[in-house]
Design a protein around this ligand. Structure first.
Ligand code: ADP
Length: 341
């Protein structure tokens, strides 16, 4: 079945897809969408201040470059940036999706959410989204690059998880439903010990709020492996479905970027999850954390913890692992001794 070979996202068969009746929590962020709002929320940067340097990656819209914002801010120093390019001649719907992502990001102000500095357009009329540069690249790639050696400490994995939980808590407080919390959508500021993990991609969140997205097509690509039953069955997304996805992200972090339910097809994942099947405890995952994952994967959304609670738990775990790893030379052992299987 071709549907199952599309990687992280799959098209739901018509029978299960009821996304045209999408149910969401009320979202104050998008009530005022108009051109005026757009101008107020996104800074227009003159193209002459933007310097493109090298290609960073390929996104769903177009290419992402590394570059500089010349003589930026009060210090008048060049600022390293990432530039997302929307190719000229893109469909109108892609342009509005692109601007909506800029608008979404532009509204947020949190250290664990990638900052959007503004938009600009080049002489050929291509739109460019100017973002904070995240030198460490995406979280999944980073985790996978350490998979062979498994040489990241629990402390480091907890710090990454806490960072993302803080970003999620901010979204929850602002009644914003992300809908695609996953390691591939998180970016790292660097790969050294000072790294900060941030939620970096709002490419899916916009789908829900795009004016008539679901009228265009009844099919949409959805990340089934990160979704609870109520989302893939009824198209219902809430902060509690983001909590489920966060639980899967935790599992990815402690499995060094493994694909969730690796041996199952997307359709099998849906069937099994509905029957109560859940992801297993990763080798490096402390039991306290696996218990938390289990809570995130409660069938009943209201029984899942909120991000505020999750952050509290992580702060304790992180501080605890700090205290312990100070005593042992290797942070990997410390929490496992206490709570490993
Ligand atoms: P997609 O739209 O397919 O989800 P993106 O357009 O967000 O992907 O990004 C594609 C790739 O570009 C990412 O995997 C990442 O490696 C890189 N990238 C995106 N944003 C940034 C950024 N702010 N800083 C550094 N690299 C980035």
């Amino acid at each position: 079945d071709m549907k199952d070979f599309l990687g992280d996202r799959c098209v739901l068969p018509n029978s299960t897809s009821r996304f045209k009746d999408m149910l969401t929590e009320d979202n104050p962020n998008y009530a005022l969408l108009s051109e005026r709002t757009l101008n107020e929320c996104i800074r227009n940067i003159p193209f002459t201040s933007v310097c493109l340097e090298s290609l960073l990656g390929e996104g769903s819209f177009g290419q992402v470059y590394k570059g500089k914002l010349i003589k930026h801010g009060e210090t008048k120093e060049d600022l390293p940036i990432a530039i997302k390019k929307l190719p000229a001649g893109s469909f109108n719907e892609n342009i509005s999706d692109f601007l909506l992502e800029a608008l979404t990001l532009g509204k947020f102000d949190h250290k664990n959410i990638v900052r959007c500095l503004g938009i600009t357009s080049d002489p050929r009329g291509e739109l460019l989204l100017i973002l904070e540069l995240m030198e460490g690249g995406d979280l999944r790639k980073y985790l996978r690059s350490h998979r062979q050696k498994e040489d990241l400490t629990i402390k480091e994995l907890l710090k990454i998880s806490l960072d993302i939980a803080l970003g999620c808590q901010y979204l929850e407080e602002n009644k914003f439903i992300h809908r695609d919390i996953a390691a591939r959508n998180c970016l790292l500021s660097s790969t050294d010990s000072n790294k900060i993990a941030k939620i970096g991609d709002f490419g899916f969140a916009k789908d829900i709020y795009g004016t008539d997205y679901y009228k265009k097509s009844e099919l949409t690509m959805v990340p089934v492996r990160w979704m609870p039953e109520e989302s893939f069955k009824n198209g219902k997304f809430t902060s509690k479905s983001d909590v489920w996805a966060f639980g899967v992200l935790l599992w990815e972090v402690f499995s060094f970027g493994q694909l969730p339910y690796e041996d199952l097809t997307n359709c099998e994942v849906m069937a099994k999850v509905m029957n109560g099947h859940r992801l297993g405890q990763p080798k490096l995952c402390p039991i306290q954390l696996y218990t938390l994952m289990g809570d995130c994967w409660n069938t009943e959304p209201e029984k899942r913890p909120c991000f505020k609670t999750i952050v509290t738990i992580f702060t304790t775990l992180y501080t605890h692992s700090y205290a312990q790893s100070a005593l042992t030379s290797n942070g990997i052992c410390s929490l496992k001794v206490n709570g490993g299987k």
